[in-house]
Write a protein that binds this ligand. Structure first.
Ligand SMILES: *Cc1c(COP(=O)(O)O)cnc(C)c1O
Length: 397
């Protein structure tokens, strides 16, 4: 039986937990920056799996690595050494300011892992301090632990009591961090650019001033680079755009180029974990790390970060052009290929629904803003075509 789009949507209603409002698009396959639905309709995919498909859909380098590894070795547990995991570890360490890595299966697990470091740091160096300062409008994931770290009340309200140990301050406000610092504080954890919070780019000197404060106070600076890492901001790691070195970072999303893998990385000076302190059955397994290695190696070797930088500038310039044509656009903001367009009213859902119709997949990141996260290897032609399709959609709003 051939199932129609409506049949699939009906199946979801019947069998799947309704936790996310989906766009009415049933994607069947993808290639590069394009995706096709079950009816064969073609889309430019500027969601890229939520900033995951860094080389687009089904890049041959990643597909080949998965096929080869699937026929070689899938899973062993970390009771044994495996080679793809170690090659990926070496690649990440040699291209960053960090010294050691641990692999997880998702972004939130990476942030869960990295927030164990402040606990140990505080116990050893700050008289038992345990608190981590994070920012309002941050996203650190949806586990019971990380909803406490996340500074968005609507993710927290239903799940009281929250895990203790996190305090929230305004983003892009160094004084707020200074005021919130007490003898209980062990670390500050921030996204270099807030992604899910609406693509909020801080002032150029924010992170360097936070770095200085952390050094003066003996606090760890942890950067949640799940969304900003691996090329997204136009440099391999987001912190490089801000001229700071964090003590530890978390990675996820784009790291695997489409497969579920995350990581946290630390400088040796604060790598306080010991045998037994952390673990994972699947974390760093041969299949996901072989894919992540192929994707990340390609990004490094072909300097896809530079393409992200150039294409991000092209996209933002084109969106500025739309802003002068459509008076309900209030702002264009972003860095690299993490870009948002803000509207005067709460019309993001309508704009996204219309742009779906016109062949462009976008993310309604806030009620009044849409987010663009095309693959890092998107071409100039695809950027222009995407903006054209958006202009068509905006013309009908
Ligand atoms: C998406 C995201 C997470 C959570 O990652 P998952 O893979 O969805 O668990 C954590 N931190 C940031 C900054 C993110 O963007």
């Amino acid at each position: 039986m051939m199932r129609s789009k409506a049949d699939w949507i009906e199946m979801e209603k019947q069998y799947y937990m309704f936790t996310v409002r989906r766009q009415p698009v049933v994607i069947a396959r993808g290639e590069g920056t394009r995706a096709w639905d079950v009816d064969g309709k073609e889309y430019l995919d500027f969601c890229a799996g939520w900033a995951v498909n860094n080389l687009g859909h089904c890049h041959p380098a990643i597909t080949q690595a998965i096929v080869d590894q699937a026929g070689t070795l899938l899973q062993t547990s970390n009771q044994f050494y495996t080679t793809p995991q170690l090659l990926l570890a070496q690649l990440l360490v040699e291209n960053s300011c960090l010294d050691k890595v641990f692999f997880s299966n998702s972004g939130v697990e990476a942030v869960e892992g990295v927030t164990k470091l402040p606990r140990k740091h505080g116990r050893k160096n700050r008289d038992g301090a345990q608190e981590v300062i994070t920012a309002y409008n941050s996203i650190h994931g949806r586990t019971m632990g990380m909803i406490a770290a996340t500074g968005q009340p609507h993710y927290q309200e239903a799940w009281q009591p929250l895990a203790p140990g996190f305090v929230h301050v305004e983003f892009d406000n160094v004084e707020a961090i200074m005021e919130a610092t007490t003898d209980r504080t062990a670390a500050v954890m921030l996204e270099p650019v807030q992604g899910e919070g609406g693509v909020n780019v801080p002032s150029g000197d924010y992170l360097s001033r936070v770095r200085k404060w952390c050094d003066e106070q003996g606090l760890l600076l942890v950067l949640d680079e799940v969304q900003t890492g691996i090329g997204r901001l136009g440099s391999l790691f987001g912190y490089q755009r801000f001229g700071v070195e964090p003590d530890a970072i978390s990675l996820g999303k784009g790291l695997g180029g489409g497969v579920p893998v995350g990581a946290f990385m630390s400088k040796d000076a604060c790598m306080s974990l010991e045998p037994g302190d952390h673990g994972s059955t699947f974390g760093g397994n041969p299949l996901t790390t072989a894919a992540a290695y192929a994707s990340t190696k390609y990004i490094v070797d072909h300097d896809m970060s530079a393409n992200a930088l150039a294409m991000g500038e092209r996209l933002m310039a084109a969106l500025e052009g739309l802003k002068s044509r459509f008076d309900f656009i209030s702002e264009v903001r972003g860095m690299g290929l993490l870009v948002a367009l803000e509207f005067d009213g709460d019309i993001a859902a309508r704009v996204v629904a219309q742009s779906n119709e016109d062949g462009l997949l976008l993310n309604p990141v806030r009620p009044n803003a849409i987010r663009f996260m095309p693959p890092l290897n998107v071409s100039a032609g695809e950027i222009d075509e995407g903006v054209e399709r958006l202009a068509t959609a905006l013309g009908k709003i």
